[in-house]
Design a protein around this ligand. Structure first.
Ligand code: FAD
Length: 487
């Protein structure tokens, strides 16, 4: 957005061989098997104002959509499945639960564009909020003020339907009973139902390639292997960025940091005068949970017991709301979960370019403590076996189809991308204490920092984790507005 406005833009990327951070893909197991290193499903692709402005499709992204979007099976044979066809979802939820879903989606589809503007745009989102009717605001408040389990229990009767929203909340560190926890699961469920958990043909790296094309078309440049270590200030204003190798790059315009918020405030801005409150908040900044990920190369599709799972982009392993509660309690206690909740992705179901003919890839993650007293090397293989055992319970014969696996522990994630501190994929905790005006620290929730001309543009800023492009998009507009205002 900055380059398009005529600025001369230089992107400094620490990674030596690729840009894109957690949005990349690589042959990580066997030749011909393409795995996403982080993000894999893009339900915000259609609704994101940033992606619309950048026209990713025009820059080469081709989306592929599975017949079903999110399946939530259990070993007892039950499943609740989200589809972009509300009647299909209603049939899966069954009876009164199906009717409740239809009613919810009839409302949601009507308000979605305005709701998305209010939730993803810069705060305070007064104008988008004013475009919602009071009755719609009250209806959304009923979601936002609930816990995921509480909201689901009020709406649905069957255990299968009740576990969907709390399961989706556990994509980040939002437990079923967490205060104000329903919104994340709600947004993931409804965006799966409107856009779908779509994947870019060729791998997540296709999104980064499209963004790079937009950057270079507008005259911007990327330097790989360039790690920013410090922002040099003169009279309290940024004059240069110092790299890890000592090189100093002079700057004449704004600096946008796509970094961990703590790194920005404590390292890059070490020379800045910060208030005691900002310093204390950064000292005590709450991280999200760690993430443990496995990529598999398979000789065939996963032999799921439930037919919906075999047609669904994403499958969630979480047997019941109580099972999800137990998982949450174990991770919060610092223990490795004995029955890990899983987000399981089947990109190759809809994108044949991900694996050789007849073969498939599989991607899955669970949440875990970032650090273990005995260290991750001692536990990684056994925990990956536990993950496989859980999938085997839902898909007998799965293990026989494994040709190779790659394990990624929390320290591995942080090693390839320092924003994923301790394997936290959400840019800090998703608890309400780190949302909206508290993200990452009040009153710097509008991308600007106490240093004029320095902005935070990563998922540590509002609206947080997920590939929607809005942290950067909003931050770029904030920088452009300040420039026009002479700041
Ligand atoms: C395993 C996993 C699965 C996920 N699944 C999904 C999903 O399916 N769908 C979804 O929407 N989201 C998903 N996410 C979340 C999503 O990937 C992130 O929220 C998103 O990528 C955050 O974007 P970002 O720009 O803030 O940071 P990142 O994508 O982390 O990029 C930050 C970039 O900045 C670079 N950098 C950092 N510090 C410096 C420095 N000092 N100097 C130079 N360069 C630096 C890093 O190397 C990196 O390239 C997932 C994340 C992970 C890890």
């Amino acid at each position: 957005m900055l380059a398009r406005s005529g600025r001369k833009v230089l992107v400094l990327e620490r990674h030596p061989t690729r840009a894109g951070g957690a949005v990349a893909s690589e042959e990580a197991t066997l030749p011909g098997f393409v795995h996403d290193v982080g993000a894999a499903f893009f339900p915000f692709s259609r609704v994101s104002p940033a992606f619309a402005a950048l026209d990713l499709e025009g820059a080469g992204v081709e989306w592929a959509k599975a017949p079903l979007q999110s399946c939530h099976p259990a070993p007892d044979g039950t499943a609740a499945t989200l589809s972009t066809d509300d009647d299909e979802t209603a049939d899966s939820f069954g009876g009164a639960d199906g009717d409740a879903w239809r009613r919810q989606m009839a409302w949601h589809r009507r308000v979605e564009p305005r709701l998305i503007d209010a939730l993803l745009g810069p705060l305070p989102a007064l104008r988008p909020l004013m475009r919602l009717l009071p009755v719609d605001l009250l209806r959304f408040a009923a979601v936002a003020l609930s816990s995921a389990a509480g909201f689901a229990a009020r709406r649905f009767r069957s255990e299968a339907a009740r576990r969907v929203l709390p399961g989706l909340g556990l994509h980040a560190d939002v437990g079923p009973d967490d205060r104000f926890g329903a919104a994340l699961g709600y947004m993931l469920a409804t965006s799966a139902a409107t856009t779908g958990n779509v994947v870019p043909v060729g791998g997540a790296g296709a999104i980064t390639a499209a963004l790079l094309r937009r950057l270079t078309d507008a005259g911007g440049e990327v330097r790989l292997g360039a790690e920013a270590r410090r922002i040099l200030l003169r009279d309290g204003r940024p004059v240069a960025v110092r790299l890890a190798d000592g090189e100093e790059i002079p700057v004449r315009g704004p600096i946008l940091a796509d970094t961990d918020a703590v790194f920005l405030y404590q390292q890059l801005l070490v020379d800045a005068r910060l208030s005691g409150r900002v310093r204390r908040r950064m000292d005590r900044f709450r991280r999200g949970w760690g993430t443990f990920k496995v990529d598999w190369a398979l000789s065939g599709p996963v032999p799921w017991s439930h037919p919906d799972a075999a047609r669904s982009a994403v499958v969630h392993a979480g047997d019941s709301v109580d099972d999800l509660r137990r998982f949450t309690a174990q991770v919060r206690a610092g223990d490795l979960p004995d029955h890990p909740y899983l987000v399981i992705g089947q990109q190759s179901l809809v994108d044949a370019s991900r694996a050789p003919p007849g073969c498939h890839t599989l991607w899955a993650y669970s949440h875990v403590p970032s650090h273990l007293p005995e260290g991750w090397p001692a536990r990684r293989e056994a925990f990956a076996d536990r993950v496989e055992a859980r999938i085997e319970g839902l898909a007998p014969g799965f293990r026989e189809r494994i040709r190779a696996r790659r394990i990624v522990t929390p320290p591995d994630l942080e090693a390839f991308d320092p924003n994923l501190v301790g394997g936290d994929l959400g840019g800090g905790t998703n608890a309400w204490t780190n949302q909206l005006v508290f993200r990452p620290v009040f009153p710097y929730f509008r991308y600007a920092t106490p240093v004029p001309g320095v902005y935070l543009c990563s998922s540590y800023a509002h609206p947080g984790g997920g590939v929607h492009g809005m942290c950067g998009f909003n931050a770029a507009h904030a920088a452009l507005r300040a420039r026009r205002g002479g700041a």
